[in-house]
Design a protein around this ligand. Structure first.
Ligand code: TEU
Length: 547
């Protein structure tokens, strides 16, 4: 379906490697996505976002691109992608590509050339600094562990890599780099894509390279000095003024910067992802721990961003899950019993989709897919998880304890294959899946969900319909309520004499309705059939009234 305003769009994220395999390779492919477009259409979303499908050695599952113009042959070819766009468009679904331009793979020909010598014309496409072996230029840390500078024997210099050693950061100071990247983006616009997700785009402008005094160094490249100039220039040189929706992935950013990134008159991006609300189970900022999440803090951060962006004229992307995060039902809901799984998955959906911004649904979230609870290290494939395992073991943490942490925090929790039906490998592949499936495929699968009117799938479908039809969900302002309540997440949306109230009980017990505020109106959606005088375990609803 075509929505009149892009701000009413809902996006479905596809992780191609784990979506649907048509060749028996054990990895998903583009033809597999085409095969499932009817399913995506049945859900009712406006866009699909594909994580990177370009040529890549896959050290970071495609976020290490070796050729921006070629399709990864594991996923298919350019004709398959053309067909995917056509078939999606026929169903009223737009296609969003993932653009990774903070770094390239070290297998990219630019880097291969750059590494040949200090005077190679491509040398300056990347960021090089002098330094002897064992004394890197700064103490900046890689997001995947270790120092962010990688030593190059031949030249006795270091190149910067904020992620894996095979992901070299591009030098955005170099005009030629920016021109090449804009040309590539224009190629994909001409090809027919409708939107872009820009990977870690707020890290492209690096600041003070001399600084070695402080800790990990984030402050020297996050929302760096020229980042807004670069993004504005990219907008003007590529998608600006066209019918293209964009979202920037913003690492450790601030509300002030995100207002700037998304305020329409600044001509930068349509919307932003920020991750602050997904760090509420990182005590003292430490991800690699096993720890309950802080509910009050979750509400505080979500509401701070809702109000801040709203008042500043910015635009959020709203989401619980993606390919870097654990499954939300296992994280903020409950997968203890199937009843709790279904109730809490619906509750989380309702509670999030009442917010202001562009909603994103990560493949399988609409089924209430859970973390797989892997118990062995050889089940993990993700470079970040494997590095974390090594580093925690080296610090003396017992293997069982590390495995427990990974089972809660690893990015592989959301990368297990999509569960299509109750057959072998959940219908994902006829071959050997590249990663193990979650164990609950007989209960949690798309075929069963489509047949069951009470499934999580239909809650998502209804929420998408509401987003399209109900203006207050798109445009209404946001008012937080009961911020210190230990169980309830309640907020209001307000627009021209209309009030929408979202109420959600995040606990698995019944709790009384709050006394001091009125929670009333007609029920737009709920995960229970009726209303009683308490809020039952994981009960959630959106209520609408006219003042
Ligand atoms: O992620 C950026 C990023 O910093 C995180 O989400 C990261 O995965 C997390 O902090 C690890 O704890 C993007 C992509 O989404 C991710 O898959 C890539 O690995 C990364 O960029 C590098 O391109």
């Amino acid at each position: 379906m075509a929505v009149s305003d892009w701000r009413k769009s809902v996006v479905y994220q596809i992780y191609p490697k784990s979506f649907n395999d048509t060749t028996g390779s054990g990895m998903g492919d583009i033809r597999g996505i085409i095969e499932k477009l009817d399913y995506v259409q049945a859900l009712g979303v406006d866009f699909i976002w594909l994580t990177p499908i370009y040529e890549s050695p896959m050290h970071d599952n495609g976020y290490d691109i070796s050729d921006y113009y070629k399709i990864n042959e594991r996923f298919g070819n350019i004709d398959d992608f053309k067909t995917l766009i056509q078939e999606a468009h026929q169903r009223g679904i737009k296609v969003m590509l993932d653009i990774v331009i903070n770094h390239t793979s070290t297998s990219h020909e630019w880097f291969v050339e750059a590494q040949k010598s200090k005077d190679n014309p491509y040398r300056d496409y990347y960021i090089w600094r002098d330094g002897d072996y064992d004394s890197p230029p700064t103490n900046w840390e890689s997001k995947f562990g270790g120092n962010a500078w990688q030593y190059d024997d031949d030249s006795n210099q270091y190149y910067l890599r904020l992620f894996d050693v095979t992901q070299a950061d591009l030098n955005w100071e170099n005009d030629a780099v920016r021109r090449e990247l804009y040309e590539m983006i224009n190629y994909w616009i001409d090809f027919g894509v409708d939107g872009f997700r820009f990977d870690v785009i707020n890290l492209i402008s690096k600041g003070d390279f001399e600084n070695t005094v402080h800790g990990p160094g984030k402050e020297f490249y996050t929302d760096g000095p020229k980042v807004h100039d670069y993004i504005h220039e990219m907008n003007r040189s590529t998608f600006g003024g066209k019918d293209i929706m964009t979202v920037g992935e913003m690492s450790s950013t601030t509300i002030d910067h995100c207002i700037k990134y998304t305020k329409p008159e600044r001509q930068e991006l349509s919307s932003v992802f920020n991750f602050h609300h997904l760090k509420v189970d990182y005590p003292n900022g430490e991800k690699w721990t096993s720890s309950p999440y802080d509910f009050i803090e979750l509400k505080r951060i979500l509401m701070e961003w809702q109000e801040g962006m709203d008042q500043g004229g910015g635009w959020n992307a709203i989401f619980w899950c993606n390919h870097d995060q654990p499954r939300v039902v296992s994280r903020f809901g409950s997968d203890r019993t199937d009843e709790e799984r279904v109730l809490s998955a619906k509750m989380l959906a309702i509670s999030l989709h009442g917010l202001k911004g562009t909603p994103y649904i990560y493949q399988g979230e609409e089924l209430g897919m859970t973390n797989p609870k892997f118990s062995r290290i050889d089940q993990y494939k993700d470079v970040e998880s494997l590095n974390a395992y090594e580093s925690l073991r080296a610090k003396g943490t017992a293997s069982d304890a590390v495995l427990k942490i990974l089972s809660e925090k690893s990015r592989d929790n959301s990368r297990t294959p999509m569960q299509w039906d109750n057959s072998k490998n959940a219908g994902f592949t006829d071959g050997e899946p590249w990663i193990d499936l979650a164990p609950d495929t007989s209960v949690v699968n798309a075929e069963a969900a489509l047949k069951d009117e009470e499934s999580v799938f239909y809650t998502y479908k209804k929420l998408i319909e509401l987003r399209h039809e109900t203006d207050i969900l798109t445009y209404g302002s946001v008012e937080p309520l009961l911020m210190n309540d230990q169980n309830l997440f309640v907020y209001k949306r307000i627009l021209d004499g209309e009030v929408l109230t979202a109420v959600a009980n995040y606990s698995n017990k019944s709790v009384p309705y709050p006394e001091n505020i009125s929670i009333d109106g007609s029920v737009l959606i709920s995960n229970y059939d009726d209303t009683v005088d308490v809020l039952r375990p994981f009960e959630a609803k959106l209520l609408h009234r006219t003042e």
